[in-house]
Design a protein around this ligand. Structure first.
Ligand code: GLC
Length: 740
């Protein structure tokens, strides 16, 4: 036995020595390279250019850019993709004096060649493994096409659907968003950076961009430190803990200081308190944008402020290239800061293996093979199905189990393809997208006659198509309408004051509904929309977001009952824009509404309920779930132990299906006012019809903790409400426990 232990010990010491030697090898290699670099070459590593003009025919821009690359003035390129172009540009970089390879980056937000559901749609699946899987496939495909680094996941908590970028994130909740951030980082980065099925991820936009004033892009953010730490920072910390390779800062100011020039964010928190070892890239031009913000007087001033604040790499503002050498020579910026930034960037290039083989990700054979792997479509279809949220299903109209002889497909998005990919697709082939029409044909085409009419445009006031739509509705057994947004109505630079469904779409719905036929409305959009007439009168409603390549098949799988919808909303759907910002974790106020009939002098509107149209965590199923037999292991706990919560979940309906059971807590009295509820755990459970399962949650002090006014992470003794629900506004159990 002793002999075995000693052998084990020798092996472990050997392994440790090797690993630490390997680790030391990268750091040593970085330092020895740094010693060879001129100040100009160091600054060169801090520049990132967009390659939009570099690919394609020779142009003056391309010539100048290639010259800069050959002279070592560029450390990274974005918007260059594909083995051919990345090889050509990497060859230029290897003509520089020290032959330092470039990093190639791209916005691979929800797929490279295979397009998956938009991130907000995937968040509605509450399926962390599925999200990790799609991110990993996106990484495999991008890595096969010469890409080393994606600008994803976007981890901004967002509670304002006027902001078009809600489509890119994980919705309104910090806890769910933190878990999704980690899942996506692990998906993109795989087992180890340097493997050719993994790319560097990027946690963005640091920080609190989702709280942009008035839901408007590029705007100011004013937050208390308590709100910053409690709501907006945790998903970034979760990304750090998951090993995220890079960060991207954000266009917004935080409490008066642009994030790009914000040392509190980038140095005190990220590189200080969190001891982050990766590097920070500025968002597009944000260093230079400190001039219009009125925070820098010119590019030199902006460069100085950004470098001092911890922005390591300059995306496209060229402030570093133009001024950093001089600023260091004038003693205005310490060269040590430049060295630290360069070290961080070089470390990643070594870690990715680019010095050993600058072309390891630019392999023609692998590109052809990986980008056409049919298995990726299967995963896209699965992810699509899981992302669909069933909002309404009167009289169990759905699923269409009984064969319908005639289904009328009506609406401007029935045959849409490009729209189903959303606005962040970088290499998709529109022809590969399965439209709803095609999906329905694949599913129902053999035994059902499909009638089609566009009826109206997504935007535009014409009703010329109504008659045809009404005509085919009258000829059908049931109508399926596809309404919503085109791909360019949500995303970056798509802030809106009015998020009602556009044009004559709702009027078209009313005209079709007036025929008396049962109507299923499938809504396809990047953000929560307002569609109150449809809510009131449709027989069934599916929220299908933008589901990517397999959208049509995924929706048909749900309509046919081949998949029982399991999605739950990751973001609140308001009744009107006037309610925004609106989220489930609201405060009770000193004058809560007790009786909806008596709201005078209460925290209320005189023209609308406070409640949303659809709440966070809401989503129906074709089956029903019964919650029973809740037990708690104790009704008191002290700081060191925990309470076990268990209950029985039964599938009491006739279809197998999945339920997302949600655990919320409320701190009854605390030194900082606490929300009415906070999501602290969830489980997604599959049950066959009639099957029951006992489910367990553990409530520990950690789940009862929050940031107090001194920014200490504390759990204060007192009473807490433990709630188990099927939605944030549909609580099945509520039990009190006391923290002693
Ligand atoms: C954009 C976005 C950012 C993106 C970057 C590169 O402005 O804000 O999310 O990664 O520029 O395209």
């Amino acid at each position: 036995m002793i002999r075995r232990i000693s052998i084990l010990l020798v092996v472990c010491i050997g392994l440790y020595a090797k690993t630490s030697a390997q680790k030391k090898t990268i750091s040593q290699r970085v330092d020895s390279l740094l010693r060879l670099m001129t100040l100009e070459e160091k600054v060169g590593q801090l520049n990132q250019y967009s390659g939009r003009q570099v690919t394609g025919p020779v142009s003056q821009v391309k010539t100048n850019l290639l010259n800069d690359i050959k002279n070592g003035w560029v450390g990274s390129m974005l918007n260059v993709k594909g083995v051919k172009d990345t090889r050509e540009i990497q060859e230029a970089a290897l003509q520089s004096r020290l032959k330092i390879p470039l990093l190639f980056s791209l916005d691979v937000i929800h797929g490279y060649k295979t397009v998956f559901p938009i991130p907000l749609a995937e968040a509605a699946s509450w399926d962390l493994e599925a999200m990790q899987q799609t991110a990993h496939i996106a990484a495999k495909e991008a890595a096969a096409a010469g890409i080393h680094w994606t600008f994803a996941p976007m981890v901004d908590v967002a509670r304002d659907p006027r902001w078009g970028r809600v489509m890119e994130g994980a919705g309104e909740d910090t806890y769910l968003g933190s878990l999704i951030a980690a899942a996506r980082v692990k998906g993109f980065q795989g087992k180890q950076l340097g493997n050719t099925d993994a790319i560097m991820a990027c946690a963005k936009h640091f920080a609190a961009y989702g709280a942009s004033m008035a839901g408007r892009d590029y705007n100011a953010v004013d937050l208390s430190d308590q709100a910053l730490w409690e709501t907006y920072l945790p998903p970034f910390k979760s990304a750090v803990d998951a090993g995220v390779a890079t960060f991207m800062n954000s266009f917004n100011t935080l409490n008066g200081i642009p994030a790009t020039g914000n040392a509190y964010l980038q140095r005190d928190i990220l590189k200080g308190k969190w001891n982050y070892q990766g590097f920070v890239v500025s968002d597009w031009g944000s260093i230079g944008e400190m001039i219009p913000w009125g925070y820098a007087k010119d590019d030199a001033d902006a460069a100085q402020k950004a470098m001092q604040a911890g922005s390591d790499m300059d995306m496209e503002s060229r402030a570093y290239k133009g001024h950093l050498v001089k600023l260091v020579k004038e003693g205005k910026v310490a060269e040590a800061l430049v060295d630290d930034a360069v070290r961080r960037i070089l470390y990643k290039k070594f870690e990715m293996g680019l010095f050993d083989n600058p072309f390891k990700f630019s392999d023609y054979k692998r590109e052809a093979k990986v980008l056409n792997d049919p298995k990726h479509k299967t995963v896209a279809r699965e992810a699509g199905r899981k992302s669909i949220v069933l909002l309404k299903n009167e009289a169990e109209l759905l699923p269409f189990t009984k064969s319908k002889s005639k289904i009328a497909l009506i609406g401007p998005l029935v045959k849409a393809k490009r729209d189903l990919n959303g606005s962040w697709t970088v290499n998709a082939d529109t022809n590969q997208i399965v439209s709803l029409y095609e999906g329905m044909k694949n599913k129902f085409g053999k035994k059902t006659e499909l009638l089609y009419a566009q009826g109206a445009e997504v935007e535009g006031e014409s009703r010329a198509g109504f008659d045809e739509a009404v005509k085919i509705a009258n000829q059908s057994d049931v109508v399926v309408m596809a309404l919503g947004e085109t791909w360019d109505m949500s995303g970056e630079a798509k802030s809106k004051t009015n998020i009602h469904i556009t044009g004559q779409q709702e009027a078209l719905f009313k005209a079709v509904k007036a025929t008396g036929k049962p109507v299923v409305v499938v809504l396809m959009a990047g953000r929560p929309l307002i569609f109150n007439e449809i809510v009131a009168k449709a027989d069934a409603i599916l929220y299908a977001w933008w589901l990517g390549d397999e959208a049509g098949n995924a929706i048909a799988d749900v309509l046919s009952g081949d998949y029982n919808p399991s999605g739950k909303l990751p973001i609140t759907f308001p009744r009107s824009e006037g309610q925004i910002p609106l989220s489930y974790n609201y405060y009770n106020t000193g004058r809560p509404i007790k009786d909806p009939e008596n709201i005078i002098y209460k925290s209320a509107y005189i023209d609308s309920p406070n409640s949303p149209m659809y709440a966070f965590g809401y989503g129906l199923s074709y089956t029903s779930f019964n919650y029973s037999d809740i037990t708690l292991s104790a009704d008191k706990l002290n700081a060191s132990d925990s309470v076990a919560v268990s209950f029985k979940l039964t599938n009491s309906g006739k279809y197998a299906g999945e339920e997302v059971v949600q655990l919320y807590i409320k701190d009854e009295v605390a030194s900082v006012v606490r929300p009415m509820k906070e999501l602290k755990d969830f489980k997604k459970v599959f049950l066959k019809a009639g099957e029951s399962k006992t489910l367990n949650f553990t409530v520990s002090k950690e789940k009862l903790s929050f940031y107090n006014s001194k920014l200490e992470w504390v759990a204060e003794p007192g009473d807490f409400e433990i709630m188990i629900g099927t939605a944030s506004d549909n609580i099945k159990f509520s039990k009190k426990i006391t923290l002693q």
